[in-house]
Design a protein around this ligand. Structure first.
Ligand SMILES: Nc1ncnc2c1ncn2[C@@H]1O[C@H](COP(=O)(O)OP(=O)(O)O)[C@@H](O)[C@H]1O
Ligand SMILES: [Mg+2]
Length: 248
């Protein structure tokens, strides 16, 4: 039923919360190696799609496959194996305020591996470096970090287990424009260095233009459009013009 070349596939997903139907037949595919955007107005159901991909929510009907597995049909061990293949940076994904950066980045490694502390620390230092933080940042506490640095620590934590897939919910929200562009740049760099596929919820127009390979726009509970920026710009759809203007 699912296309083997896609890493994530949604087929006719309906999501209903009580009387509130959020998705009414949503279908799209995410390919290996892309930075894929989930776009749409506030409340359009972007974060819900992301939470469904990582099994924090289940759609009312329809099918979702991730890394070739059909969600909702998996055994507990299959679920754990799948969960270890992705990293997530939530929109308000707080760091543990009582832990320093090194400890924050080490949390999943401590929980899911039996590696000796020394190796866990080495891995955490490497991830901290990878997200462009200086070595001394390892010893700082969240209250001592700027917004941009906190996002980078969250990213280092999401990358701790060497995931294939990275999920980011509004990663540049709350950042000043320069930090937001630097974060976009980092995401693109990491995608190439680590061979990642990245799913990103965003309404940051510059991120959309600069970082995304392809995206969907959710509108009226459905996928209005799926494509690249060039493809979408050629459509001259009034809803789209409105979408891109209201996002400016
Ligand atoms: N667990 C939930 N229970 C009830 N309603 C929810 C739940 N999660 C999301 N919703 C509703 O679904 C809609 C879409 O939410 P969300 O996916 O967070 O939107 P977006 O991320 O696009 O702003 C909103 O109306 C929200 O109130
Ligand atoms: Mg959201």
């Amino acid at each position: 039923m699912f296309d083997k070349s896609s890493l994530i596939e949604f087929n006719d997903v309906i999501t209903q919360f009580g009387p509130n139907r959020v998705h009414d037949g949503v279908s799209f595919k995410i390919n290996q190696g892309e930075i894929f955007g989930l776009l749409g107005g506030s409340g359009a159901g972007k974060s819900t799609l992301l939470r469904q991909m990582i099994m924090l929510q289940t759609p009312t009907s329809g099918h979702i496959s991730v890394l070739g597995q059909t969600l909702g049909t998996l055994s507990p061990s299959e679920i754990e194996a799948l969960q270890l293949q992705w990293g997530v940076l939530f929109q308000f994904g707080a760091l543990f305020s009582s832990l320093n950066v090194l400890e924050n980045v080490s949390v999943t490694l401590k929980e899911y591996t039996k590696l000796p502390t020394e190796i866990i620390e080495d891995i955490a230092h490497t991830k901290i470096k990878m997200v462009g933080l200086p070595p001394h940042a390892a010893w700082l506490y969240p209250s001592e970090l700027s917004g941009g640095m906190k996002k980078r620590v969250g990213l280092a934590r999401a990358l701790a287990m060497d995931p294939k897939l990275l999920f980011l919910d509004e990663p540049t929200s709350g950042l000043d424009p320069a930090s937001a562009r630097a974060f976009d740049h980092l995401i693109i760099e990491l995608k190439y260095m680590l061979n990642l596929t990245i799913v990103m919820v965003t309404h940051d127009l510059e991120s959309i233009e600069y970082a995304l390979d392809r995206f969907i726009i959710l509108h009226n509970k459905k996928v209005l459009i799926e494509g690249t920026m060039d493809e979408v710009k050629q459509l001259h759809n009034p809803v789209l013009d409105n979408f891109f203007i209201t996002n400016k």
